[in-house]
Design a protein. Structure first.
Length: 333
């Protein structure tokens, strides 16, 4: 391509096409490296396309950025699950360096009875069905989603706000955030909470689900909760909630969306036993972003745990610089 940097002849594999992987790819291709992104889903973008809803981030913007990278020479192979299709050691044998940016997309559940009833979704699944798979167009699209009339969303973060607002847009009469602390302790950005309130989202504060209730056909009919009170601050500095005795109450609902967090998916790391992990299963890196395997770098949520787009992009940029320096001193494969 005219104006392209001279080729270095070095090949770099990037695992995951989210903000960390895309940013690293953009920087590395500018340096003249041959860059291939391996993405598990059928479309790159990571949480930007499957998690954050269209009303907050138009997908056109992500598509344009991905298109620019492809024009610059970045190759993107979708539907490739690293840990299944290829392993990290296999990629390392084929490429001069590897950047792992596969995020932290494994949903955490509450562990209460009834969580396997029909009508309970993880926020990840709920948002993916709607954002990536266009379930709102079903049956014109391939993927359905239950159109609950009374939706309960468990959690107090940005993901919970996105889920509750999505439920409203799918036609729910009521969409209620159920959170065990108060508004002050909510991890969601104040702006997101305000927008949710403006759109009619209800807030059931100081309430913790103890059971998802269902009918004999195993469809969700409600949520049994207990009232909470706040005690002394915990390790995070937030006041820890404790149940108030004999305070159980029931909320009627037909869909429950669990948005209480995500963590690293062990699928990739299980097939790469030499990769050092922390106790939460996140990949450990040194100050340059390199993992315990020489030439294998990592960044974004897979290192930090669920964090932010800007931090993931920063990791991608830093890792690209570190890979450049690593390649300058590493022998050619
Ligand atoms: C609903 C929601 C709303 C959010 N809102 C905000 C917000 O408003 N502002 C903000 O700053 N942050 C927000 N975040 C957090 C932010 O999106 C993440 O911190 C960020 O996307 C992390 O980037 P990443 O590149 O590390 O991972 P991801 O975006 O998760 O991308 C990882 C990519 O790797 C792919 N992948 C996973 N496993 C494999 C594998 N084995 N092989 C190949 N590919 C694989 C995934 O399919 C994915 O495309 C939100 C998160 C969610 C879920």
């Amino acid at each position: 391509m005219p104006g392209s940097p001279p080729s270095t002849g070095r090949r770099i594999a990037i695992v995951g096409g989210g903000p960390a992987g895309l940013t690293a790819a953009g920087e590395l291709v500018k340096s003249g490296h041959d860059v291939t992104i391996f993405e598990a889903l059928h479309q790159p973008g990571g949480v930007l396309v499957y998690g954050i809803p269209e009303f907050r981030l138009p997908k056109k913007i992500v598509d344009q950025e991905v298109g620019r990278l492809q024009q610059a020479g970045v190759k993107i192979e979708c539907n490739v699950v690293i840990g299944r299709t290829y392993t990290i050691p296999e990629l390392r044998a084929r490429f001069d360096a590897v950047f792992i940016a596969n995020g932290a997309g494994l949903p955490v559940f509450m562990g209460v009875p009834g969580e396997n009833l029909k009508g309970v979704y993880s926020a990840n699944e709920y948002l993916t069905r709607v954002n990536l798979m266009a379930a709102y167009e079903f049956p014109q699209s391939d993927t359905p989603v239950l159109l609950g009339k009374r939706v309960a969303v468990i959690g107090g973060g940005n993901v919970a706000m996105d889920s509750a607002r999505t439920a409203r847009r799918l036609g729910a009469d009521t969409s209620t955030i159920v959170y065990r602390r108060t508004r002050q302790e909510m991890p969601a950005r104040a702006e997101e909470v305000r927008h949710a309130g403006q759109e009619g989202i209800r807030f059931e504060m100081l309430a913790a689900p103890v059971e998802v209730l269902g009918n004999p056909q195993r469809w969700v009919t409600g949520l049994k909760c207990v009232r909470m009170q706040l005690g002394a601050p915990d390790a995070s500095g937030r006041r820890s909630p404790t149940p108030i005795p004999d305070s159980a109450f029931t909320m009627e609902c037909d869909v429950v969306v669990v948005a209480v967090g995500t963590r690293a998916n062990p699928l990739l790391t299980a097939t790469c036993p030499d990769l050092k992990l922390d106790r939460r299963g996140n990949i450990v890196v040194d100050a340059t972003g390199m993992t315990s395997l020489p030439g294998v770098f990592a960044g974004g949520d897979i290192v930090r745990g669920a964090a932010t787009v800007i931090l993931a992009m920063g990791d991608g940029k830093r890792a690209a610089g570190a890979i450049d320096r690593y390649l300058a001193s590493a022998p050619r494969q």
